[in-house]
Design a binder for this molecule. Structure first.
Ligand code: GDP
Ligand code: IMO
Ligand code: MG
Length: 419
């Protein structure tokens, strides 16, 4: 048995949470492999709307096993809030296991994130300020604290050592902070983390694969936010791509099966950085409004634009995508024409790839497709969709050379069509 991977092909918020929730009934295990509470994965079912940050999106399916893998970074305070929010719902939570090798976000990691962003001024990344960058820096710098350390008798000592190091770095910045209250909350919230089994998740995954269990690895963020292949430096600090599922769970590359790539029928980005097909006109405003494009984690307005094929092709290649899911087709309803970015102009030259240099100055070249009027949110099968929707799907499948296996027309579980 091989593990499937589901991940975002754009700048995040493609609808990963929704689809993982929809697909969970087909899997035994759902595992997050990277990122942390910078993620906001929205699920809607039975009139409930719920946002998850650290917890895998299979958590509402009884009988499923949810794993937070070694590649994830965890803020115990946010984790505790997530558990409390789930407890408030009248839904049974399925099993949740946490890798001992997952790294801990300390209160001072969050302060460092904020101090670094402040110092960058107008060049800031637009980080979610959840401490993601500083935590991964400590991981690669070999200073981090991990979930497995919590039960170490020297844990407080290790914590103090790292905290004091952070305080020294904070002294370099022009940045005021109060730590006491944050620390108190942080230590209290460790008790919630301790309620869940801490496991050697790579051994767990190996055995699961051997036993023929069906595994879905859930990505966070999107390919264009990947630390190596995204629009650096306006990226997150982890590998958001299929390879990240290998390092973030301990699954060997030859044990990866299907790679499901998710994209919006248009494109959004939250935070700073290049976005060649961004719209600054009334259509952009319309997409933001109809698509309710506000960050699930920070509430910030998402920038909106047309779908970008060179960027999607790049993401498909890097991830080895075997099937595509197209989200939010309903949001395009009512547009006379839909633009599809097929190339960019750079310094008078037409190019069909994202270049290393000058991503800020790419001018998109568009192909125009006929739009449709019909509201898609209430159709009960794709057969009820206008011909133009089918033409859009066929055009994208041809250009992207990959089948679109799911089309989503609304936030609810039920507004999902398999092809
Ligand atoms: P994720 O981070 O990839 O899980 O995506 P987010 O949850 O941050 O953002 C996706 C947003 O779009 C959420 O508010 C979803 O409820 C919503 N959504 C998902 N699929 C659809 C869809 O097909 N149509 C509409 N209108 N909304 C959708
Ligand atoms: P999900 O999983 C959209 C963006 C931030 C910022 C950059 C770096 O919900 O798709 P960070 O906090 O990682 O230092 O921020 O990455 N970003 C996301 N954008 N969806 C996300 O996650 C994101 N996680 C981080 O806005 O531009
Ligand atoms: Mg999101």
């Amino acid at each position: 048995m091989k593990a499937d991977v589901l991940l975002g092909l754009q700048w995040g918020d493609e609808g990963k949470g929704k689809i993982v929730d929809v697909l969970t009934s087909k899997y035994d295990i759902i595992a997050r492999f990277q990122g942390g509470p910078n993620a906001g994965h929205t699920l809607e079912f039975d009139g409930i709307k719920h946002v998850l940050h650290t917890i895998p999106s299979g958590i509402f399916h009884k009988g499923s096993m949810n794993i937070i893998g070694n590649g994830v970074v965890i803020d115990p305070v946010i984790f505790e809030n997530e558990i409390n929010e789930i407890d408030k719902l009248d839904v049974e939570m399925s099993d949740l296991l946490i890798s001992k090798k997952a790294h801990l976000i300390l209160p001072t990691h969050k302060l460092l994130d904020a101090a670094s962003e402040k110092a960058k001024g107008k060049n800031k990344i637009g980080s979610t300020l959840k401490g993601i960058g500083p935590t991964y820096m400590d991981k690669t710098g070999r200073n981090g604290l991990r979930i497995g350390d919590i039960s170490d008798k020297n844990f407080t000592e290790k914590y103090e050592k790292l905290k004091n190091k952070h305080i020294q770095i904070l002294n370099f910045y022009d940045f005021d902070y109060k730590l006491n209250e944050l620390e108190e909350k942080w230590f209290d919230s460790l008790e919630t983390l301790k309620r869940f089994p801490h496991i050697e998740s790579e051994h767990f995954m190996h055995k699961a694969i051997k036993d023929g269990k069906k595994i879905l690895a859930e990505g966070a963020q999107g390919t264009l936010l990947d630390i190596d292949f995204g629009s650096y430096p306006f990226v997150t600090s982890s590998n958001t791509i299929t390879a990240g599922a290998c390092t973030g769970l301990g699954i060997a590359p030859n044990k990866i099966g299907e790679v499901i790539g998710i994209f919006k029928a248009y494109c959004t980005r939250v935070g700073s950085g290049p976005f060649p097909s961004e719209l600054f006109d009334e259509i952009g405003v319309r997409l933001a409004k109809i698509g309710n494009e506000f960050g699930s984690t920070t509430g910030r307005a998402r920038r909106c634009g047309w779908i970008d094929l060179p960027a999607l092709k790049y993401a498909i290649n890097i991830n080895g995508v075997t099937q595509l899911n197209m989200m939010k087709a309903d949001v395009l309803s009512g547009l006379e024409t839909i633009n599809v970015c097929t190339h960019y102009m750079l310094d008078g030259n037409k190019i069909d790839y994202l270049p290393f240099e000058d991503n800020e100055n790419l001018t998109p070249i568009y192909t125009k497709l006929k739009g449709w009027d019909k509201d898609l949110m209430h159709i009960s099968s794709l057969d009820e969709a206008p011909q133009e929707v089918h033409d859009y799907i066929a055009y994208l499948e041809k250009e992207l050379e990959t089948p679109i296996s799911i089309v989503s027309v609304g936030p609810d579980r039920k507004q999902t069509f398999f092809r």
